[in-house]
Write a protein that binds this ligand. Structure first.
Ligand code: AMP
Ligand code: MN
Ligand code: MN
Length: 318
């Protein structure tokens, strides 16, 4: 049984990080663990959190301004927590993780085989934030820690809509909101609110989407020209793939954007019939049964054809 209090005992320096292009669960779980550990350790222990700059919507999370860039230090901490991913997705923080004396991996991705000396990976959990919550001493959770965990849970469950939401998830959420923060405002601001530009790109992606496999698949792409035209960053594209999946009759939605010439970051969302984690893993990525991603190269048509073959095969077997 993993005991967080035992792990941090005597550590002179502790680092925390999550995956590149951090999403709500990554930011929420990292910040919650950061705030919690800072409360638990003495002045002799330095706790640091390393992440790529989170989206502006997360600005109200306490401590967000204290996030460090992984290249700010050359010295790996004694103890390092990798959250919401395997070490391969830590980006620049991987160096610190690999060099740490003790490495702990906390995650909920089914594709995660465990990259730590200790691995707390629960594919049954809605989010890494839920896994982190279970490791904390409840009496030490305050409103700011609760808020960060709540943000993580709402982002990975689509505000309690997706099937990864369990009775346990809802019990934890109930416990968290009892700390009295304004959860309605938090959901609106961090999940639903979009800038005008974000809405425009979303509208364009829907308008230009293409059905395939007789309407059981849908795909849309945003290329570099469009990204440049709107001066958009990848975070501006959050949520588009979920809207594509809402299309009636669609079993699998694909959204991709060009990160480099002919290199695409691919996001997939599916119904019960298609396991997109399997497909993403085949192409070097990973994720969950109904939400997964990978990076692929080639033309748009190459990428769609390659993915479509796997989707079709799974639909035939279903
Ligand atoms: P996304 O489509 O980027 O929102 O990702 C959907 C889910 O798959 C999230 O849980 C991601 O953490 C996971 N995921 C996305 N890309 C990758 C990847 N390259 N490797 C492993 N997991 C991924
Ligand atoms: Mn994530
Ligand atoms: Mn997650």
């Amino acid at each position: 049984m993993f005991q967080l209090a035992e792990e941090i005992k005597g550590a002179g320096s502790i680092g925390i990080s999550g995956h590149i292009r951090p999403d709500g669960d990554c930011v929420g779980s990292c910040m919650a663990l950061y705030l919690y550990l800072k409360k638990c350790v003495g002045p002799e222990t330095e706790v640091s959190v390393y992440l790529e700059p989170p989206a502006d919507v997360f600005a109200d999370i306490e401590g967000i301004a204290e996030i460090k860039k992984p290249d700010e230090t050359d010295t790996p901490p004694e103890l390092f927590f990798a959250l919401d991913c395997e070490s391969s997705r830590l980006g620049d923080a991987r160096r610190l993780f690999d060099g740490a004396g003790r490495r702990i991996n906390i995650d909920h991705h089914i594709s995660n085989t465990g990259c730590g000396m200790v691995n707390v990976v629960d594919p049954g959990a809605s989010s890494t934030s839920e896994v982190v919550y279970r490791l904390l001493d409840r009496s030490r959770i305050d409103a700011e820690i609760a808020k960060a965990l709540y943000i993580g849970i709402i982002h990975d469950t689509g505000v309690f809509q997706y099937s990864n939401t369990s009775p346990e998830t809802l019990r934890i959420a109930a416990e968290l909101v009892s700390h009295g923060f304004d959860f309605s405002a938090l959901i609106q601001k961090t999940f639903y609110e979009k800038t005008y530009i974000q809405n425009q790109i979303m509208g364009r992606a829907l308008l230009e989407s293409i059905l395939f496999l007789h309407g059981r698949g849908i795909v849309s792409v945003v290329d570099r020209k469009v990204m440049d035209f709107y001066n958009a960053v990848p975070q501006d594209l959050d949520g588009i793939v979920s809207l594509l999946r809402n299309t009636k009759g669609v079993e699998c939605a694909i959204f991709m954007y060009e990160t480099d010439a002919m290199v695409y970051k691919v996001s997939m969302r599916s119904s019960d019939l298609v396991d997109v984690a399997k497909i993403a893993s085949y192409f070097g990525g990973g994720g969950h049964k109904k939400a997964a991603g990978c990076t692929m190269s080639g033309t748009f048509h190459d990428v769609v054809n390659n993915l479509s073959l796997h989707i079709e095969r799974q639909l035939e077997e279903a």
